[in-house]
Ligand binder design. Sequence first.
Ligand code: ADP
Ligand code: GLC
Length: 473
Amino acid sequence: MEIVHIAAECYPVAKVGGLGDVVGALPKYQCELGHVAKVVMPMYRTKFLMDNQWELVHEGNQHIGPHHFKYAVIKEKTNKLGFDLYLVDINGLLDREKVYGYDDDTERFLAFQTAVCDWMNKWQHLPDVLHCHDHHTALIPFMVKYCFEFRQRLSEVPTVFTVHNAQYQGWMSWDKYYLLPAFDSWKWGMLDWNKTINPMAAAVKCAWKVTTVSNSYLEEMRSAANGLENLFQYEQGKSLGILNGIDTDVWNPHTDTMIAKNYDTELVEKGKWKNKKEIAGQFGLDPDKPLISFVGRLVGEKAADLLPDAISQSIYQNHGNVNFLVLGSGDTAVENQLDQMKNQFKGYFNTYIGYSEPLSHLIYAGSDFLLMPSRVEPCGLNQLYALRYGTIPMVRSIGGLKDTVTDMGDWQGTGIRFDQASVGDITYSVGRALDLYNNKPDLYTWMRSHMMTIDHSWDHAAQQYIDLYQSLK
Ligand code: ADP
Ligand code: GLC
């Protein structure tokens, strides 16, 4: 089958979070299964762009409302990522360093989606499926069905929409409707949710199939989806959950070039110790104490606002016999609070405010525990990386966390689970973690080596997506 993935992120070209990891890996595994999977994304001005070789495959003209723009599509020449990678260049809109966070994001992603449809409309053949990811590409299922320019050829191409995070829906006011390519105005209701143009809602209504990244999140969205609950309930017949995998070529403690010492299940103790010493050295921590880390966006969904209190209380309650490290960026208030705590808890807590791919690998390798108290977690990849690196995940029982981590009190448990995103539940879990670390060495050792052997690769999920596409033929 020929599958075209369309997304705003793709590792290692441009990544903000897990969406990038998924789009950088799933197509590769689909190609390994014998299919032709491609990725189309915006051409941001990233290092990957500068470091690689490209060929021009298409040039075209389009417009958003009265604003005409030229676009170009370039293709990476060497199949470096294991799939065909296409970047769409639109000067003045996409040629920025960051992926998101600009005032004109609505226009940027509208122009991107319009250009993608325009380009695909000119292909000599049609692909078997268009697979769109999250709200930045969520208008495509509508565009190919109802925009006059595209619908004649493209409406017959099946569309699949994957919800990676229903919190962000790409809302735009109806004043901006004229920015979309001309569409059948009888169908305005397909764009609308609560008197706003809601791209995510439009995709859920228009795509042939809707998926999300874990079964628990699929269920949860029916009662908590930032206003789209009724829609997810209504469309449940065409929706399904497919649990994300991880790219085991990138996330492999045995071969990872970003960590201080490679290891496998047999050498886990020594290997992790060397990595922990490296972290402790870099951050002024004590390698003899258990290290609990957090990696992620410092936002409400991840319950990052609870970290300052939970960390300080845990340090006091346990008389300083624990270390914490936080890698992340996001809400300025949380960033500042964590930054200030560095001095107060010198030797017990440290933080790196910012984004660092190599540091994240070192943290998964060198920490003893990884904390994820998320309020919302559609899948979560960090806990899967932690499992693969022998780092015990401490997770709130929600979404994908619930589907991938079992509690150490249960049969062959792989982590520590708690129910509430609250300081109390986190500090209680820290107590359980320290008890495991200090008093249950046999269980601790067994858990570590057992969790590293669990298969969370993409093999299974890549095939599940193929089965889904095939059902649309
Ligand atoms: P989300 O996509 O909601 O942010 P996921 O758990 O699916 O959450 O994926 C997060 C991804 O982003 C992981 O690969 C994680 O290592 C990475 N990540 C998040 N924050 C940072 C950071 N500050 N530096 C490096 N990597 C980060
Ligand atoms: C989103 C979710 C995260 C998920 C990722 C990849 O960013 O917040 O839980 O793992 O997408 O699907």
